[in-house]
Design a protein around this ligand. Structure first.
Ligand SMILES: *Cc1c(COP(=O)(O)O)cnc(C)c1O
Length: 490
C-alpha cells in the first residue's frame, strides 16, 4: 500500500500535474475571492513557523494532499495578505490573473535568457515590450530600441538593481572620462573623489547603491513639498567642485516613498547635463501613472535623463518581479562590465542587431518576464490599465476628503496619486499609539513615515479590488480607534 503511494506523489507526472494544477487554480481563485475574510495582518510571534514543521527535509517523498493541508495550517496563519483590499501599507504589489497565468508559462518554458541565443523569444519579446511600454509613457525617442536605436529597455528584478546598475555605469563612465584627459590619475584615486547625489527623501536603496558601489553620496535637502529643486543641487555642486571632488551622478525621484513627492527634473536635468553628470530617475511607484495623459506632465524633463526606471510590479497589474529600466545609450551600460567567456558566445552576437541582456544586469540568469507584460497589456489594453490607475487615485482622494472633514486630523502632503499622508493633530507618541492599535486590530494594515520630524501615517491604495466600501470601512476603523485613544489618557 505505502510503496505505490510514495512513488506516485514523489514523481508528479503530467496527468497528476493536470489534476493538481486545476486544483491549485481553484485554490488560488478561492483565496483571492475570499481574501477580505482573512485578517490582513497575521497574529504570530517571530519563530512561530519552526515549531510547526520538521527540523529536516523528508527522506522519502511526502504526500501532496498533506502539503496542501499544511499550506492552510502553517503558511496562511503567517501571511500578510498584500492582495487584501484592507491592505494600505507600503505601496501596492501588483497582481492580476493574466500576469499569474503568464508566470506559469514562464515557469514551464523555464529558459534562462541571458543572451539572444539562449532563447531568442525571451530577448526579443522583452525588447518589444519595453518599446510598447516606453511608448505608452511617451518616453523620448532615444529610449526606444526600435530596430536602429542606441537606447532601449530591460527588465530588472527591482528598482534597487536598476539604481545600482545606473550608478555603476555612471561610475565607470566618469573614471574613463577623467583618465582620458589625465592618464596619470589612478582609478582608485579618481574613485575616491567621485560624488553621487540624491534627495534626502530618496528611497533607502539609493543610498545602498552608493555603499555597494563604493562611492560617496550626498543627500540634497528638499523644499517644503519634500522635492529637490535645481538651486539646492547647484549649491552643493559648487561646494564640492571647489573641494576638488568630482560630481558624477544624480538620482532624482518621481513619487518618493514617504509622501509621493516629485523632484523638479526640468530644473535638475539641465544642471546634470551641463555638469556631465549621469541623471537617473527612480519612479518606482509613480511611473505607472504616466500612462495617463493627466499625469504625464510630471514626467516632463525625462529628456535630460540618462536612465529611467519604474516598477510595473507595483502599480501596473504585473506581478513581482518586473522593474522596467530604459537607458539613453545602451553602450554606457553594456560597455561598463563586459566579460565574454567562450561558453556564452554565439555566432549572431557580432551582427549588431542582437541584444544580450546579461550585459545589462548584475546576474547572468534571467526569467522570461516579458510574458507577463505581454499578457497584461493585451488583456487589459492601455485603457484598462489607465482605468485601474484612475480608480485608485479617486479612492485616495476619497480617503483624503474623509480626513480633511475631521478636524482632529491633518493631511501632511499633497495627494497626487494613490497615497495619503495624514496624522492626528498632536504628538508623535499619540500617532505612534494610534498606528500600534491599528496594527493590533489586524483589520486594516498601514505603515508610517517621517516628514519634517513628524510621525505620519501612510494610507496607500494597494489591492486591485479595493473599492469605496473598503476605504470607508478603513476610515471608520481609524476614527473609532482614535476616539478610544483620545478618550483614554493613553
Ligand atoms: C518601492 C521603491 C523602491 C524599491 O523598489 P524595489 O523594486 O523593491 O527595489 C525604490 N524607490 C522608490 C521610490 C520606491 O517607492
Amino acid at each position: 500500500m505505502i510503496v505505490p503511494l510514495l512513488c506516485f506523489s514523489g514523481t508528479m507526472d503530467a496527468a497528476e500535474f493536470r489534476r493538481r494544477g486545476r486544483e491549485m487554480v481553484d485554490y488560488v481563485a478561492d483565496y483571492l475571492e475570499n481574501i477580505e475574510q482573512r485578517p490582513v495582518y497575521p497574529d504570530v510571534e517571530p519563530g512561530y513557523l519552526r515549531s510547526l514543521i520538521p527540523t529536516e527535509a523528508p527522506l522519502e517523498p511526502d504526500n501532496y494532499d498533506d502539503i496542501i493541508k499544511d499550506v492552510e495550517r502553517i503558511i496562511m496563519p503567517g501571511v500578510t495578505h498584500w492582495q487584501s483590499p484592507y491592505f494600505f501599507a507600503y505601496f501596492p504589489a501588483a497582481s492580476s490573473y493574466p500576469a499569474m497565468l503568464a508566470d506559469m508559462l514562464c515557469g514551464a518554458i523555464g529558459c534562462i535568457g541571458f543572451s539572444w541565443a539562449a532563447s531568442p523569444a525571451c530577448t526579443e519579446l522583452e525588447t518589444v515590450m519595453l518599446d510598447w511600454l516606453g511608448k505608452m509613457l511617451k518616453l523620448p525617442e532615444h529610449f526606444i530600441a526600435g530596430t536602429h536605436g542606441h537606447g532601449g529597455g530591460v527588465i530588472q528584478s527591482t528598482a534597487s538593481e536598476a539604481t545600482l546598475m545606473s550608478l555603476l555605469a555612471a561610475r565607470c563612465k566618469a573614471v574613463r572620462r577623467v583618465q582620458e584627459t589625465n592618464p596619470e590619475r589612478l582609478e582608485a584615486e579618481v574613485l575616491s573623489k567621485l560624488v553621487a547625489y540624491s534627495s534626502e527623501q530618496a528611497h533607502s536603496s539609493v543610498e545602498r547603491a552608493s555603499l555597494i558601489g563604493g562611492v560617496m553620496m550626498r543627500k540634497v535637502p528638499t523644499d517644503n513639498t519634500y522635492a529637490v529643486g535645481g538651486g539646492m543641487l547647484k549649491k552643493m555642486l559648487e561646494e564640492d567642485r571647489a573641494a576638488g571632488l568630482i560630481p558624477f551622478y544624480f538620482c532624482a525621484t518621481l513619487g518618493t516613498t514617504s509622501s509621493c513627492a516629485f523632484d523638479h527634473i526640468t530644473e535638475l536635468g539641465p544642471i546634470c547635463n551641463e555638469e556631465n553628470m549621469w541623471m537617473h530617475i527612480d519612479a518606482a511607484y509613480a511611473g505607472s501613472a504616466f500612462i495617463c495623459p493627466e499625469f504625464r506632465p510630471l514626467l516632463n524633463g525625462i529628456e535630460f535623463a540618462d536612465s529611467f526606471n519604474f516598477n510595473p510590479h507595483k502599480w501596473l497589474l504585473i506581478n513581482f518581479d518586473c522593474s522596467t529600466m530604459w537607458v539613453k545609450k545602451r553602450q554606457d551600460i553594456i560597455g561598463a562590465f563586459k566579460v565574454e567567456p567562450l561558453y556564452l558566445k554565439h555566432e549572431n552576437q557580432e551582427s549588431g542587431l542582437v541584444t544580450d541582456y546579461r550585459h545589462w544586469q548584475i546576474p547572468l540568469g534571467r526569467r522570461f518576464r516579458s510574458l507577463k507584460m505581454w499578457f497584461v497589456f493585451r488583456l487589459y489594453g492601455i485603457e484598462g490599465l489607465q482605468a485601474h490607475i484612475r480608480k485608485q487615485v479617486v479612492l485616495a482622494k476619497e480617503f483624503e476628503s474623509l480626513v480633511r472633514a475631521d478636524k482632529r486630523f491633518e493631511i501632511c502632503a499633497e495627494v497626487v496619486m494613490g497615497l495619503v499622508c495624514f496624522r492626528l493633530k498632536g504628538s508623535n507618541e499619540l500617532n505612534q499609539l494610534l498606528l500600534k492599535r491599528i496594527t493590533e486590530s489586524r483589520t486594516i494594515h498601514l505603515v508610517p513615515c517621517q516628514l519634517s520630524g513628524l510621525f505620519v501615517l501612510r494610507f496607500a491604495v494597494c489591492s486591485r479590488v479595493t473599492d469605496s466600501g473598503h476605504v470607508q470601512h478603513a476610515w471608520r476603523q481609524i476614527t473609532q480607534l482614535s476616539c478610544e485613544l483620545l478618550q483614554s489618557d493613553h
